[in-house]
Design a protein around this ligand. Structure first.
Ligand code: ZN
Length: 355
């Protein structure tokens, strides 16, 4: 196979696409996706104020995998998920199985969530925020098990699809992210008009393109640093990242679009709360990605390397038992739930985790 790639890419060169005239690199890529929309009306994640399970679907949620094999034979897998978050133990279990089945070391796997606030509760992620009855608890546990199975399968599908590819990158911009610490939400339209929005933002849209031997777009990975919180309602959706992925896959039939959330916890998409706005921001982001795809992009070099490390992050002062007992009857339900959870931890282990 190794000698085929330059020949095929040579054909592309003759076709005269100056933006793609760089020397071919011997990468391989495989991409796959699987629907992860819950099949039953279960609890939604992201907001503590919800009072009932989901009531329908705006658009489907997806788990997508892009597996890359570098010219040096190393492999890595990016898995993107239209979910608010997944718990550490679930991630550990998934990565352990990916290691056993496909010999992907932990450092070669990136599990990335879009942080949509209209996805399901997954396992024990953010579990102090919800008040679930036994039936809902069961649905949440079942969903986590199914998700584990689907992620392992989608990575396997991507590996099975590994084929020669060319990687390149570039960067665009989208401007709907607003620093939510420094600007009052109702004032944002006026502040924006006057050019007076404050606080740090990162409006970059980094893009990785994966093209096959025929130069067709096979996958596009794009990022944006902004909370996926346009929609607060009771329908499953990927929020603006979901719309952006849909737009890109419509514009590039056969390609898979994968979104990863940048460092955007301080950023909200503003104004918000309406489906039209989620769609508008999704289209704006997809447009920024498309503009990059149509420009000359930089080829990715020949070395794939990956690192992974965990650090202990010490908590500030831990609450005392007295404080927890007091908090366990607090008016804020989630303060009470968290206090009860920590009291259980204290009873079982004799102390609270310090990191
Ligand atoms: Zn959030």
């Amino acid at each position: 196979m190794r000698y085929c790639l330059p020949v095929l890419l040579g054909g592309v060169l003759l076709a005269g696409t100056p933006a793609h005239a760089e020397a071919p690199k011997l990468w391989k890529a495989g991409v796959a996706k699987v629907c992860i929309t819950p099949e039953k009306p279960m609890w939604m994640s992201g907001y503590a104020a919800r009072t009932k399970p989901a009531e329908g679907t705006l658009h489907d949620l997806w788990a997508k995998a892009l597996v890359l094999e570098g010219p040096n034979g190393q492999r890595c897998a990016l898995v993107t998920l239209d979910l608010v978050g997944i718990e550490r133990s679930l991630a550990q279990g998934i990565c352990a199985e990916l290691g056993r089945r496909y010999r992907l070391p932990r450092s070669a796997v990136l599990l990335s969530v879009s942080h949509t606030h209209t996805g399901p509760v997954v396992g024990s992620n953010l579990n102090a925020m919800y008040f679930l009855d036994v039936e809902q608890q069961q649905l949440v546990a079942d969903y986590a098990r199914t998700l584990h199975r689907k992620i392992v399968r989608v990575v396997g599908d991507a590996i099975n699809g590994l084929a020669p590819a060319r990687l390149s990158w570039g960067s665009g911009a989208a401007h709907f992210a607003v620093n939510r610490r420094n600007n009052k939400e109702p004032n944002v339209p006026k502040l924006r008009e006057e050019g007076k929005l404050k606080g740090p933002v990162d409006h970059q849209v980094p893009v990785l393109s994966v093209r096959d031997a025929k130069d067709d777009l096979k996958a596009v990975v794009f990022g944006y640093a902004c909370h996926a919180t346009v929609l607060p309602f009771y329908k499953w959706s990927g929020d603006y990242p979901g719309f952006a992925q849909i737009e890109l896959e419509k514009a590039h039939p056969g390609a898979v679009a994968l979104f990863w959330a940048g460092c955007g916890a301080d950023q909200n998409p503003l104004p918000r709360r309406r489906v039209e706005l989620a769609e508008k921001y999704g289209k704006e982001l997809a447009g920024a990605v498309d503009a990059v795809l149509h420009k000359r992009m930089k080829p990715i070099g020949e070395t794939l390397s990956h690192v992974y490390t965990e650090i202990d992050l010490p908590f500030a002062d831990l609450p005392t038992r007295e404080q927890l007992v007091k908090d366990s009857t607090a008016k804020d339900r989630y303060v009470a739930v968290r206090a009860k959870m920590l009291l259980e931890q204290l009873a079982a282990k004799g102390s609270l985790r310090g990191t």
